[in-house]
Design a protein around this ligand. Sequence first.
Ligand code: ZN
Length: 83
Amino acid sequence: MKCVTGKRSYDTESMAVDALVDIRGRNNYRSESGPINVYQCEDCGQWHFTSKGTTHPLLKDEDVQQRISSQNEAEYWERKLRF
Ligand SMILES: [Zn+2]
């Protein structure tokens, strides 16, 4: 179901959080920019990203931060080597 907000929807919180970690790995966001948390939508009942409010605690987890920064690095080289 498509949401009126036009945002990408996830069925569960954990799916949204997984996707959030993944998207932060793919994009080299500064620490306080880009999507930082997920919330349950009042319109569609599904989960969306938000760039407002507090950072999701998982993003502050050391293992997750390491995963994100090593993915950032991999994406950087992949992009560089493509050209
Ligand atoms: Zn929605």
